[in-house]
Design a protein around this ligand. Sequence first.
Ligand code: DCT
Ligand code: MG
Length: 515
Amino acid sequence: MALFGHSCLVPLRKKPKVAQYSHSLSKHEIKFNEVVLFIMERKMGTSRRAFLMDLGRRKGFRIEDELRDSVTHIVAENNSCSEVLAWLQAEKLRDISRLHLLDISWFTDCMGAGKPIQIENKHLLALRGDRNPTRPHPSPADLPDESAAKISQYACKRRTTLQNCNSLFTDAFEILAENYEFNANKGPCLAFRRAASVLKSLQFTITSITDVQGLPWIGDEIEDVIESIIEDGESPKVVGVLNDEKYKSFKLFTSVFGVGLKTSEKWFKMGFRTLEYIKEDSALTLTKMQKAGFLYYDDLITPVSKAEAEAISLAVKDTVWAFLPDALVTLTGGFRRDKQTGHDVDLLITCPRPGKEKEVLHKAIDQWKKQDLLAYYNVIESTFDETKLPSKRVDALDHFQKCFAIFKLYKQRPGTNISDEAQQSDKMETRNWKAIRVDLVITPFAQYAYALLGWTGSRQFERDLRRYATHERRMMLDNHILYDKTKRIFLKATSEQEIFAHLGLKYIEPWERNA
Ligand code: DCT
Ligand code: MG
């Protein structure tokens, strides 16, 4: 323990500055009580320390602003074990022998795993400072299969689960993309969406700008945002957007079912800034959809849970199977990608007997009307025309018959059935149902695999599948079929696996399509 008295060490004791993120201590729930972290500022700097502390707290770690006896793990960067011990000696802790002295690589591995990980030899601090000039945290090159060169520019060649360890960055990108979209600036909007999608697929948390070097779609503007977040914990650009009047108004207006960019622009230009005034203005003509959007606003902005989606799915199956016992009813969209909540319920309906699917939607709607299960619905008839397939547009809507609806999901009491509940609800002052947005899509059986692939999403995954087909395979993909321009043939498929095979792609599971 001679190291403790090493005379050449300058006094390292420095009262940690109160980081600008210290407020975040109370903001995030602590998930791991057994580990209490302290991150050393020495050789790391205030802003990087603040960034890492904020990152850790967001992930549920308990991180102390100051060194106290409760601390169990000390994390240091570019400090040797002897330097840290010397510093600790001066800190007058009751017992330093039980402390884990760890390199920053342990912390960043924990961030990647989303939980405290087992300490390995490689995580221990080197005895002397000059022995450890290695990279302080994992970079793309340190991780198997994750070097920048291997990360494809196409989302359909990446596996993206819901475990996003870069949400601090991707949330910022999505705000900026949305703002560009509100201002009809398509190029930068897509650029930020593509960059967000790349970062979502990474299995490590970005802690330094060198980590993104060589990754696809990371341009200068995107690097600037990443750098600001690493250095200051936030991007002034994002803060600017969040406080921008147009952004705030558009965000509010588009949260109403039936309100898109055109209507938002109109209302903004008319001087509206809140929904209250819009609702009260009798001179404004609202569509039937928008009226429903206002009427059920509170319910519709409340996320739909997986259990609610399954309840709707069951109600739809009940009705559909009464007419077509062999029909397939599939829950798709975000729920098929394993999301636990969504903004709506997306259901595909098909029948193996050709043509039998055509009648089912109208019959089912009549039935739901009798049961008082619909608060709103709008049927779009099929515009499918084989001669116009496949569509050249990357974002093209499909031509299936569909129904955009708001279902009444009854809060059922034991011993009652849904139609009893519906009859009772009319007599009650407060509704005993929740309004849920439901999209029903009716597909011919021969196109079901393509429809399923198209409706599973994510949007970015779909865009890149189509872009990949066009640019890498000379094929055209839409929600109905795949066309090979070289061979001049339509490629049939009965499963998603077959479609991936036609495209020469490895199969990506639905829960790996959260690009
Ligand atoms: N889709 C698409 N292009 C569009 C609209 C939708 O490719 N212009 C696909 C992707 C997802 C799927 O349809 C369902 O759409 P949403 O319900 O909007 O997406 P989601 O992923 O289900 O999102 P949420 O969980 O919010 O419902
Ligand atoms: Mg959805």
